[in-house]
Design a protein around this ligand. Structure first.
Ligand code: ATP
Ligand code: MG
Length: 432
């Protein structure tokens, strides 16, 4: 049994981010941990597997208080923080090797874990060249290969498509002896739910989480005013084939993992030059900076010393009249607490980082946007804030392309859904 008794943790020695938490997780038990962005979920997860030590209180696993990482497998919120080896098979072998298993046993564990996660064909690939979803699967395989007694999944499927999410759910269901704590922004289908609010276990009724109850504002349906982002015969060898489309208004771009969505995002934003074909914005060839691009991993676009400077960076280099004002406005639009603006962007929770990265994209007010999985890691309030903002941008005349594995979140306010498969446009649906 994992037993957390009156545990506290503080990053700065002042404020408890995990505040007198007591919790148990038995073998075979299922617990879903819910709470807003920044409520302390990932910090608690790190306490459970010993990667952080409580400043007060006790965390014990089957009676032990040391060496917890061998007993508790932890799939981190950002797979890049977990993956350390350049080659996939080495990465998955890393944990079992550290357990002191023989070479044959390690190989067997690697085969088994890759097979279970449906990624055997990736075994010789470079870990850095994979999509966000594939990296999440590798992180999971690496943890499963250690045969942990307990498993902590920190939004571990946020970048996977629906079939892969179901596959992971089946894998986890099959681990009947393993106690599983899953951190999520969606209510649990089975098992116990635990709510965290400002670092404390909370009464479930007081927490705003789960699917949104707020109806998104209707996007202006008329599509005459928005900028047209046009791709003509765009081909990127091996990844995109002859993609010709007009993106105007709010467009949902969806499709299975590996369909080419992120490649198309980069081409549309002018940061990847296609092998043939072209992209124009309102009739002119698109240049980097014309289109606001939010990356799949928010960490990839944060680089300044403070959150404020990161958000203000775009407005400053674009020469906006009042860059500080633009930055503060964007921070408000994304629901970023003023207190976070002076912090380093790398000391934020996953959802807070996402909000900061999105605010930086919106602050210079470009005329078109491509947002790659922008709601991954956002709590329900964050999803609402972002949808309202996207609607407003479209009403003001911008076009917004949203890449998502959850089209249901966006279709009520979208003009069009585009489905990609194997680098080709499979289907275009116009919403009435
Ligand atoms: N490395 C760090 N240094 C300092 N503060 C941090 C660090 N990591 C997180 N924090 C802060 O601790 C608090 C809890 O963060 P944590 O990552 O545990 O939240 P979370 O509930 O997992 O949020 P999310 O839903 O956004 O992932 C937040 O206020 C965050 O800004
Ligand atoms: Mg987190």
């Amino acid at each position: 049994m994992i037993e957390v008794r009156d545990a506290c943790f503080s990053y700065d020695g002042e404020k408890n981010v995990v505040d007198h938490v007591s919790l148990t997780l038995g073998p075979g038990e299922r617990v879903t941990l819910l709470g807003r962005n920044g409520s302390g979920k990932s910090t608690l997860a790190r306490l459970l597997n010993g990667s952080l030590t409580p400043t007060d209180g006790i965390v014990s696993v089957d009676g032990e208080t040391g060496g917890l990482a061998r007993l508790v497998g932890y799939v981190r919120q950002d797979p890049c923080n977990q993956i350390i080896s350049p080659v996939v098979s080495d990465e998955v072998a890393f944990g079992p090797r550290n357990l002191g298993l023989t070479r044959d046993e390690v190989l067997e564990r690697v085969d088994e874990a890759l097979e279970a996660c449906g990624i055997s064909e990736l075994r010789n690939r470079m870990t850095t060249e994979l999509s966000g979803g594939q990296q999440q699967l590798i992180a999971l395989a690496g943890v499963l290969a250690m045969h942990p007694r307990y498993l902590v999944l920190d939004e571990a499927t946020s970048m996977l498509d629906q079939p892969m999410r179901r596959r992971v759910a089946r894998i986890v269901d099959g681990l009947t002896d393993v106690g599983v704590l899953e951190i999520s922004h969606r209510p649990a289908l089975d098992g116990r739910e635990v709510f965290l609010e400002s670092g404390r276990i909370a009464d479930q009724l007081s927490v705003f989480t789960g699917p949104s109850h707020v109806r998104p504002p209707k996007t202006q349906r008329a599509r005459s005013r928005q900028q047209v982002l046009r791709s003509s015969g765009v081909t990127v060898l091996g990844r995109l084939h002859d993609v010709s489309l007009d993106f105007q208004g709010l467009v949902v771009l969806t499709g299975p993992s590996g369909a080419g969505k992120t490649t198309l995002a980069r081409v549309l934003a002018g940061v990847l030059v296609p092998d043939s074909g072209s992209v124009t914005l309102d009739g002119r060839p698109v240049c980097p900076g014309d289109v606001g691009l939010a990356f799949q991993r928010p960490e990839d676009q944060l680089f300044c010393d403070t959150v404020f400077d990161d958000i203000a960076y775009g407005p400053r280099i674009q020469g906006l009249a009042d860059p500080a004002d633009a930055a503060r406005g964007a921070a408000r639009d994304l629901g970023i607490d003023e207190k976070l603006l002076d912090r380093s962007p790398f000391e934020l929770s996953g959802g807070q980082m996402r909000r900061a990265a999105l605010a930086g994209v919106v602050a210079p007010r470009p005329r078109a946007y491509v947002l790659d999985e922008p709601t991954a890691g956002l709590d329900a309030g964050g999803v609402d804030d972002l949808r309202s903002l996207a609607s407003r941008l479209v009403c003001e005349g911008s076009s917004v392309v949203v890449i998502t594995h959850d089209p249901d979140e966006w279709e009520p306010i979208a003009h069009t859904t585009v489905q990609l498969r194997d680098g080709r446009v499979e289907r275009v649906v116009e919403h009435a």
